[in-house]
Design a protein around this ligand. Structure first.
Ligand code: NAD
Ligand code: UGA
Length: 453
């Protein structure tokens, strides 16, 4: 966690800010701006969410967020309101942090951005600054200007690079702040708001800022797809991906970050943003075949994980898995969050359920009896051992730290033959798993030669 006592700098001038949308990005932005010393009204259309936030109840799992929200509420610098207009009415700077989900054509659906812009347009103060923090295609800064029809208001792009699970830390410790502004003084005005952060501010034109966001997510997704493809190759040639990553990562031009093999990238952003990048490029006449390949490798990776489970069960290709029992550890798309959006773990569960398997899953953020409505066909266990009980195969689908310290002898005792672990996150030590009498299959790890043996 970052230091919550970060002090405003001498030159610091508090700003009256409005934040539209109190989700992962908006709530983090609002609470962190208040932490930096600004006066923030954070608004959402979800009345229940606003009520809970007023009581200091945090609707999402996000480390450190409760503390910054509590700090903002008690200092009086952070308040919560219903509706975008309430955030904008008294603000000098308004941040749009609403969803931009994938549309039917693969591109970003801008309906929430356009609705929010239309709602704030009549109440914006003259000379206000509107900041687009949502991830939006090239040209969207202009599109917001068109909806606002307020020539007295400047619109700038300010893409957000925080990760879920470390959102507060990332917001307060960014590698860079990117601002896209036609009018440089509007960009500098926003840059001044971040004066309390020790980060370089890159001011560019709106199209470049919007492109930076998609290019960053596309590049990170590419790194993961690359390592997953290398992992598949390692399995084919009998190499060990852990050693390969260590070997290539030691080259400072490559580095080790974002080269962890797994079941493929998921979450609320990489899947939609990678497809939106392909769509934006196509709209402007460029066939982004490389990004299409990155997406294909990712789709294939999920199928590969399901094939590993089938292989561990000894299931004939193409045959159903009726009466076969599979335990699954983890449902979120990564640890540290309760976000199930586009989770590879959920995709694996759904594929197993569709094949007829009996699936019993456990996730530390999904309470028994509280499975989201869109998920069904499987049961939730109260703890990891409950997911293992009677399971022929136990899948490590999300690398929650608690799964790394399971009592493997207990797990082996609870499971049924063939007692196999499919570790889609390379979380466990293969030697320790085998020593407990379980078989082990990871991602790109050499079959019978555990590392360092
Ligand atoms: P989210 O779904 O968690 O939150 C969005 C919130 O906006 C919701 O609570 C919704 O009720 C509210 N909302 C929608 N329309 C509104 C309106 N007119 N007025 C007031 N509130 C409204 O979404 P998110 O994950 O925070 O993502 C927001 C944007 O930020 C997206 O464009 C996303 O791509 C981008 N982004 C997300 C992350 C991330 O880690 N989640 C990181 C960087 C960028
Ligand atoms: C990602 C980016 O990292 C953020 O910079 C960006 O702001 C955000 O998307 C966004 O635009 O919403 P996030 O989705 O929260 O953040 O999570 P990541 O930590 O990037 O993980 C994304 C997916 O990649 C997860 O499924 C994770 O398990 C997977 N991953 C990540 C790997 O499989 N291997 C890795 O080495 C890293």
């Amino acid at each position: 966690m970052s230091d919550l006592h970060l002090l405003p700098q001498d030159s610091f001038a508090p700003v009256r800010a409005g934040v539209v949308g109190a989700g992962y990005v908006g709530l983090t932005t609002g609470a962190c701006l208040a932490h930096l010393g600004h006066h923030v009204v954070c608004a959402d259309i979800d009345e229940e969410r606003v009520e809970r936030l007023r009581r200091g109840e945090i609707p999402i799992v996000e480390e450190g967020l409760a503390e910054v929200v509590a700090e903002g509420l008690s200092s009086g610098r952070l308040t919560f309101e219903v509706g975008a207009a309430a955030a904008a009415a008294d603000a000098d700077v308004v941040f749009l942090c609403v969803p931009t989900p994938q549309g039917a054509d693969g591109g970003a659906d801008l309906r929430y951005i356009e609705a929010a812009a239309a709602q704030i347009a009549p109440v914006l103060k003259a000379g206000a600054l509107v900041v687009n923090k949502s991830t939006v295609p090239v040209g969207s800064t202009r599109a917001v200007e068109d909806v606002l029809e307020r020539p007295d208001v400047a619109v700038v792009s300010n893409p957000e690079f925080l990760r879920e699970g470390t959102a507060v830390y990332d917001f307060l410790n960014p590698d860079r702040v990117v601002i896209g502004a036609d009018d440089r003084s509007a960009g500098e005005r926003l840059g001044d708001m971040y004066a309390g952060l020790n980060a370089p501010v890159i001011i560019t034109d709106p199209a470049s800022a919007e492109t930076i966001k998609y290019a960053a997510n596309g590049f990170l997704a590419m790194k993961i797809s690359f390592v997953n493809a290398i992992a598949a190759m390692c399995e084919a040639v009998g190499a060990n991906v852990d050693d390969v990553v260590e070997g290539i990562g030691a080259d400072r031009r490559i580095g080790k970050a974002f080269l962890k093999p797994g079941p493929g990238w998921g979450g609320s952003c990489f899947p939609k943003d990678s497809r939106a990048l392909v769509k934006i490029a196509a709209d402007y006449g460029y066939d982004f075949t490389m990004m299409k390949g990155v997406i294909d490798v990712n789709d294939e990776q999920r199928r590969r994980m399901v094939a590993k489970v089938r292989a561990a069960l000894g299931a004939e290709p193409g045959l159903g898995l009726r009466s076969r029992v599979v335990g699954v550890l983890g449902l979120t798309y990564k640890p540290g969050t309760d976000d199930l959006r586009a989770s590879p773990s959920v995709a694996i569960v759904e594929a197993l359920v569709a094949a007829g398997a009996t699936v019993q899953a456990y996730d530390p953020t999904v309470a028994v009896g509280r499975l989201p409505a869109e998920l069904d066909g499987f049961t939730l266990a109260a703890d990891p051992y409950g997911a293992a009980a009677g399971a022929e195969v136990l899948v490590v689908a999300t690398e929650w730290p608690e799964f790394a310290v399971l009592d493997l002898d207990k797990v082996a005792g609870l499971m049924a033959d063939p007692r196999a672990i499919v570790d889609t996150r390379n979380l466990l030590d293969p030697a320790a798993v085998r020593a407990a009498g379980l078989s082990y299959d990871g991602v790109g790890r050499r079959a019978e030669r555990p590392r360092h043996e």
